[in-house]
Design a protein around this ligand. Sequence first.
Ligand SMILES: [Zn+2]
Length: 294
Amino acid sequence: MKKFFITMVILAVFSISGYTNQEVMNENVFAKSARVLDEINPSRNANYLLADENFSNLQINEIDKPIYDKYSIEDREKLGLKITLPEIAPYKQEKVAYLTFDDGPDDKVTPQILDILKRENVKATFFVLGNMVEQNPKVLQRIFKEGHAIGNHSYNHVYSELYKSPWDFIAQFEKTDEIIKKYTGVRPLIIRAPGGTAGVFNNDYWNMVDASGYVEYDWNICTEDATASVPNASTQVNNVKKQIGDYPPRTLIILMHSKAGKEETAKALPEMIHMLRNLGYKFGVVTPMTPQPW
Ligand SMILES: [Zn+2]
């Protein structure tokens, strides 16, 4: 009876998460051994991985599982826990596209993007702003629950404040960590410097980021949805295609934006996802084991 109940729960979970019947059948074959593994690692079935005290469990084999920390940097300092990350081998085994959306969450375009990602069964990464999370905490929670990765993109995106000094820069990220943690219970380990690091980061900034245990990710592809001309959906897909070129890189970190005025970005997504799939890319979320894009 107990066994039947567990099987029904597993079936229910898979049907909620959108698995097809065939997939449920296949999953059932492995259900017994999966249960044994679950006893060893209870977080195995969560759609994210929590870093342990020493950051010793971050080397994983799943490209679409976000990684978070349950401790803030301040907690780690107080408890005497490790703050800097260990060496993690970048995941280069296959062609992976990382869709990233900056400057949200808003309450209009971000939900449209989330609907499309759900339909296409693709996980992506949202580099959010602290002040936008304060305005739209429910959208942040939806991003989190649907298994996408949340990254930190500063509190207010104001260059003159952020790039005054490495201390001013990092203070905005710590503040935003606290806001994200308030609504999700976790904080990201990945960050993206507003505008990217080129031209604004010197060694002091890189050292500060490392010492704080963050990994910074710029991008190697962009849809150009932040340019003044605001390209339409098909131009955005073509921009990506052009930038990939004749020799597609193994790792694509694609920059887009999820805020008011970026409706064309949402519209471009289905075609972009199909184009990337046709080129042989899988979809991953940015974690500390994501290769750097350069
Ligand atoms: Zn930005």
